[in-house]
Design a protein around this ligand. Structure first.
Ligand code: GUN
Length: 285
């Protein structure tokens, strides 16, 4: 039976640390403020944004909420972002994705000042990550690094396999793991002998978006397994990941559950990025 990597507990530890640091900044007269923009009323996005605002409240970060109607034009959204870029009281800007179809998501992401890009989606942030320069890192992979470090998983020299090559998870994950001196392999839908490649991993990060795709046959004895997926099991209220947990936990050394693994870490990383944005903008970093 694998050891469970408790994302809920580790995310609370991280948020508590940020909470203390935010309070210390407040004593110096510096507030930390995140602007959260939601366009339309997609139910999942509304829940995510609500959770992000709750995490701000928990840690003493001020959240300024902009809930805009579905019909908002691209120009209106770009104007709001421009105003927030210029607003010195705003440290971080988060535009919840997906945006309505009539708005060019890429253009919106590029309009955010990279120094306020707490989601780490701007091409400038991605570039900074790939050359090891200071900047913001996409919250899910950043959260996974926290999970691995705080569960004492050795990364230096480890064989790490990342399954999935998305811009938000797979690619930045690979960059961050390289920074930790891991030997990184990125797999995707065209990878040959996926099972054999995965079986060589000391650490396996799975972000393919397919329910219970990876089972014990893909996992080396004692490997650490990180499951980024989250899916509702058909016809039930239960959730599952990209990993078949029941099968995988029999061979893995450590494993993240779904829910309660990677999910809570994403928000904790966002909160940490907001704090770091305030440090940078006040010349403290
Ligand atoms: N939609 C789904 N995940 C995310 C995220 O991490 N950030 C933003 N801005 N939108 C999302």
């Amino acid at each position: 039976m694998a050891e469970i990597i408790d994302g809920k507990k580790i995310s609370t530890e991280l948020k508590d640390e940020v909470k203390e640091k935010v309070a210390a900044l407040k004593e110096k007269g510096i507030d930390v403020t995140l602007a959260v923009i939601l366009v339309g009323n997609d139910p999942a996005s509304t829940v995510y944004v609500g959770n992000k605002k709750k995490a701000c409240e928990y840690t003493g970060i001020i959240s300024k909420s902009f809930e805009l109607p579905e019909e908002t034009t691209e120009e209106e959204l770009l104007k709001l972002i421009d105003d927030l870029n210029k607003d010195e009281t705003v440290n971080g800007i988060l535009v919840q994705l997906p945006l309505p179809k009539h708005i060019d998501e890429d253009k919106v992401i590029r309009s955010i000042n990279p120094d306020k890009d707490v989601d780490g989606f701007h091409p400038e942030s991605v570039g900074r990550l790939s050359i090891g320069a200071p900047g913001f890192v996409s919250c899910t992979p950043a959260g996974i690094i926290h999970l691995l470090k705080r569960s004492n998983t050795e990364l230096d020299g480890a064989n790490v396999v990342v399954v999935g090559r998305s811009n938000i998870v797979g690619k930045p994950m690979a960059m961050l793991l390289l920074r930790e001196n891991a030997t990184v392999t990125v797999c995707h839908s065209h990878t040959k002998d996926l099972k054999e490649v995965c079986k060589k991993a000391d650490v396996l990060v799975v972000a393919i978006g397919q329910p219970r795709f990876i089972d014990a046959d893909y996992i080396k004895d004692g490997a650490t397994v990180i499951d980024v997926g989250i899916h509702r099991i058909d016809g039930t209220k239960k959730l599952c990941g990209d990993v078949d947990y029941e099968s995988a936990e029999k061979v893995a050394g450590k494993i993240t559950p779904v829910p309660g693994g990677v999910g809570p870490m994403t928000i904790a990383s966002l909160i940490n990025n907001c704090y770091e944005a305030a440090l940078m903008q006040n010349g403290l970093m």
